[in-house]
Every structure is written in C-alpha cells, then in structure tokens.
Design a binder for this molecule. Structure first.
Ligand code: ARG
Length: 566
C-alpha cells in the first residue's frame, strides 16, 4: 500500500533540509475542498527560516520537484503546496487496501497494545436501567471498540453501583413488605416499588431510616443475612441488565463495581491520612479543595462509612496497580463533572503522576418530552422498552416491504436496535437532547436503517455480479467525480477512527458512515453498475465491494449490525 503522506514527506525532505522528516510529515494537511488537491503542505513555518514569503518558498520548492507518477498535479496556491494524486494510482491503492484488509480495514497498531480502561454503563443495581443509561452504554462501548481497533488493549469495566446506604433501605423494605418470588418474576420494577414504599413509610416513621443505616452497617461488617440479601438483589438486577446488554451485543471484561472496593478502602484512607490531605470536620473527614475553587469533598461520614467518591479514589488506585493503565476513561454524564474534577484532583494531591491519565468523558443529559410515558406505569422510560418498540416497528415495516425475507426476526432486531444506537451516536455526545418516541422510531433520513440499507444494496449488487471483480481491474475506469468522491472518503477512514479516539467521540465515525453512504447512493443513482461494458462493471463492482466493507467496519465500531439483506 502506498502511503501518500509519507511519499510527500519523502519528496519534501530532499528539498527542505531545515526540517526533519517527522516534522514535515506532521505538517501535511488534507485540504477541506478536494478541488484544492488531496494533500497540502503549508509553508508559513519556513518563511522565518528562509526569510522569504511563504508564497515564494512554495513556488521554488515546486519548481525543484521532478515529475512523479504518483501525483497528477503539484501546484502552488498561496502559502500552500497542493498535491493532487494521480487518480488511477489513488483508486487502485485505496480499493486494493480496503478489499485486501477486509474486516481489518481502518485498523492500526498505534496503540502499541497499551492498556486503556473504558468504564461505561455502570448502572445502579435495583434501579431501572432507563433511557438515560443508553448514552453511557452505547457511547462507552463504541469508544472501547474504537480504541481496540487502533491497537490498544482495552478493558471494558462496568462499575456497578452495587454499594451504599440505599442497600440498607432495600433490605429493610424487602424484609418488611417483599415477596421474593414476586420480585424474581419482575426484579427491577418490584425492587423500585419497594424502594419507593420505603421512602413513603419512612416519612411517617423516621425510625426506619435508623434501621436502614443499621442494615448497611451490617452489610459492611459482612453479616451473613445482609450479605446474602445484597447478593440476591445484585443477581436479580444483573439478570435484567444482561438482557439489555445481550440485545445490544455489549460485553464487559470486568464487573468490578463499587462493592468490589469496600475492603480496599481502609488502606486508601490510611494513605490519605498519612499524606495529610484529610481534614476532620464535625466528626467527618473531608479534603479541602478551596484552593482549587471547588467545594470540599466528603470522604468519610461521622459514623466512619465511606461515600461514592471514596470508592472512586480507591478504584482508580486499584486500577493503576492492577492494569497499569495508559488511560483510564470514564464515560459518565456531565452532571458528575464536579465529582470527577474533585477526585482526580485528590489523586493528584496524593502525589500520583498518573492522576490526569484518568479522563472523564462526559455527555449531555436526556430529558423526556412532555407527555412521554413508559409502556409500564411510571415516569421512567425503560431502555428495554425502547429497544423492543423499535424492533416491533421494524418487524411491521419488513412484513410490508419485504415479506419473503429470510431470518425476518433476526433482521428486525438488527435494524430496530441498530436504529436506536445509531441515532444515539449521531450527535456530539456533549449535546443535551429531549427523548422523543417519534424521533427514535423515525427511520428516514440520516438514520441507521438508511446506512444499513445502503450496505444491503451493495451486498445485493455483489451477489448479482457474474464477473470476477477481484483481479485485473482497470482502475482508470473510476475517474468520474462520483467514484473519486467515494475513494477520497474511503481513504480517510483510518484517520477518522484515530480522530474519534483522540476526541473520545464516536459520532465522528457515525458521521463518516453517513457521508460514505450518501456518496455511494449518489454514485449508484448516477452510474449504472451492472452495465454491458464488462471492464467498467468490474471496476465499479470493486468499488462497491470496498464501500460495503467500509460501511460494515464503521458500523461494527459503533456497535450496529450490517445485515446482508433487509
Ligand atoms: N452508578 C453511577 C450512576 O448511575 C455511575 C457511576 C459512574 N462511574 C464512576 N466511576 N463514578 O449514577
């Protein structure tokens, strides 16, 4: 495969001895508009060295470059040297690369196998897995896939909210009003009911709060009954969460949640006391963060019990020891910005130089549209209901449009769930948005089904082809604008993936897939593919096969299936 950037750097390196190869390579840009060429080298930086205008420097360098069959044109535009790749060479290089690399196309080994932790989803057990959790779950999983694809060794952690005083309350409620078999038949909603009932009853009878504290203390002290009940709550909750994870095709490498750190806390507290960062305040212990413009962080309560933030500090220290991470990424909503700023500062104050390798990747909030109701009673929209509704709607569409489709049920799931995930990953993660059933179930426009349909269309063309489009292709047949636009987009895939990782922004990949699908549909509309002219047909099919592969790889990264038929 020809690396054009490297070729350009090689050419320029001979002419510009003042800069080294790597510097030159880093300076090469991709112009925003393809009319300006495929690559551009800015000469501003050289102006100081040569004491000439960048424009003149660009001209002089160009004059000294010999003819080169990789580049059709090398021209000067202002302070830039613009390189336009020889179209035939370009088409051949890109398409052969996609089709040879297959599922690996776009991947790289930039990560050098370094450990990157991606923590995401992290729901609280015994609480609904609701529409708000969809964001962390699908954004996090996509980020995990993206890092893996560029050669990092990723560790996907679900930091379950499975510890804290609320479990004291739940234990009291289960013991007083719970029926295990009823709960097991419908765990989360039943546990939620009990939790709500606890708060109602505690208003009338404040003694319940004391009882709840006592049960949580028992849990901390490893009391058998408390532990058993807690474990059971955790198991039945996980059963329900796992159903959703299965639907989304999401797997974790570790379920070490908050409870996992309960026995690791004393040592961390001891360390914090030794390092003199804890201050006593009315019997509790805090870290004063005034100097850093933040409110104090409460680390232990009066009764000695620990908090959410304490567990995050213990977790980070454990993870560094256990995984020696290069980056430790947390995909958690922007409501928790302060929480993360606080504890990462505390890790810094403890003297750990890796503090800022812990990275909070926030996302905006989802609010519910006025009048949005869950299918079950209550004000929460359960994620599972959203997914099921999307599948149901897809099933209907398929039975109207394509009643003879094989594995209808499988495809309905792939398309319905894919639609929800795709739309979730279409926008910048930091944007707030309002959940609406209409938008979620709208399959027109720049949607998951649109892209999946494009992939299926490409697959169908390749199935129908009765010609070998893998060998002896005349790439000069792809010089029309629509083909070249596709090829240019294809050539950017691996950079797009790296960019998505750098920004922790899966929507970069989603937008890319949409661009590619649109470019392909334009080409498909303007040019017959299975034409009489076998040479043209061959070249176009090779292009189709590359597009199909790139869409599939892109969808794979964001966790959306690419069915062959739909
Ligand atoms: N369980 C928390 C919640 O549902 C999210 C946990 C985020 N992760 C963390 N390490 N604090 O709000």
């Amino acid at each position: 495969m020809i690396d054009f950037k490297k070729e350009i750097a090689d050419i320029l390196n001979d002419k510009i001895t003042e800069l080294d190869f790597q510097e030159i390579l880093n300076m090469i840009e991709i112009p925003p508009d393809s009319e300006m060429g495929d690559f551009a080298f800015p000469c501003f930086k050289l102006a100081k060295v040569f004491r000439k205008s960048p424009n003149m420097i660009a001209q002089e360098i160009i004059e000294s470059i010999e003819e080169n069959d990789l580049f059709g044109k090398i021209e000067n535009a202002g302070a830039y040297i613009n390189f336009t790749i020889n179209q035939e060479t370009f088409a051949k290089t890109v398409i052969e690369e996609v089709n040879n690399q297959g599922d690996k196309f776009g991947s790289s080994d930039i990560g050098g196998n370094k450990n990157v932790i991606v923590e995401f989803s992290s729901p609280n057990i015994a609480k609904p897995f609701h529409i708000g959790h969809i964001r962390t779950t699908v954004i996090g999983s996509a980020i995990n896939n993206i890092y893996k694809f560029i050669g990092y060794n990723t560790i996907a952690i679900n930091h379950l909210g499975d510890y804290g005083t609320q479990f004291g309350k739940l234990i009291v409620a289960i013991k007083a009003w719970g029926d295990k078999s009823v709960i097991e038949s419908n765990p989360i909603p039943e546990l939620l009911k009990l939790y709500i009932k606890f708060h109602e009853e505690a208003e009338k009878n404040p003694q319940l709060e004391d009882e709840a504290r006592m049960w949580f203390k028992k849990l901390e002290d490893k009391n058998e009954e408390a532990t058993e009940l807690w474990k059971w709550i955790r198991d039945v909750s996980l059963m329900e969460f796992n159903r959703v994870y299965d639907m989304l095709g999401i797997k974790f490498d570790s379920l070490a949640g908050e409870s996992f750190y309960s026995d690791k806390m004393p040592a961390v507290l001891e360390e914090m006391r030794e390092k003199n960062i804890l201050t006593k305040s009315q019997g509790a212990e805090i870290v004063d963060l005034e100097k850093y413009d933040m409110p104090p962080a409460l680390i232990t309560k009066k009764d000695g019990s620990t908090l959410y933030i304490t567990r995050d500090i213990a977790a980070a220290i454990y993870r560094k020891k256990h995984y020696d991470f290069y980056k430790n990424i947390y995909v958690v909503g922007s409501q928790q910005n302060l929480h993360f700023k606080q504890w990462i500062k505390i890790i810094d104050l403890m003297g750990y130089d890796w503090a800022y390798d812990c990275i909070h990747v926030p996302f905006g909030m989802i609010s519910l549209e006025e009048g949005t109701m869950s299918t079950r009673k209550g004000r929460v929209v359960f994620l599972e209901d959203v997914l099921n509704k999307a599948v149901e709607k897809t099933r209907e569409i398929i039975s109207n449009k394509n009643p003879n489709l094989e594995n209808k049920e499988e495809v309905a799931k792939q398309v319905g769930i894919g639609a929800v995930v795709f739309q979730e990953l279409s926008n910048n993660r930091i944007k707030d948005y309002t959940f609406s059933w209409d938008r979620t179930l709208n399959f027109d426009g720049e949607s998951g089904p649109y892209v999946q349909y494009t992939h299926a269309r490409a697959s169908s063309l390749l199935r129908k082809a009765e010609i070998d489009y893998k060998n002896n292709i005349g790439f000069d047949k792809l010089s029309d604008k629509e083909s070249m636009d596709i090829i240019r987009i294809l050539s950017k895939f691996s950079e797009v993936v790296v960019d998505a990782a750098r920004k922790n922004e899966p929507s970069v990949v989603t937008r890319y897939i949409i661009d590619l699908a649109q470019a392909f549909n334009k080409f498909y509309h303007d040019h017959p593919i299975l034409t009489q002219d076998k040479e043209i047909q061959k070249a176009r099919l090779a292009l189709v096969s590359a597009v199909k592969q790139a869409i599939k790889n892109g969808l794979n990264l964001i966790g959306v299936a690419a069915p062959e038929k739909m």
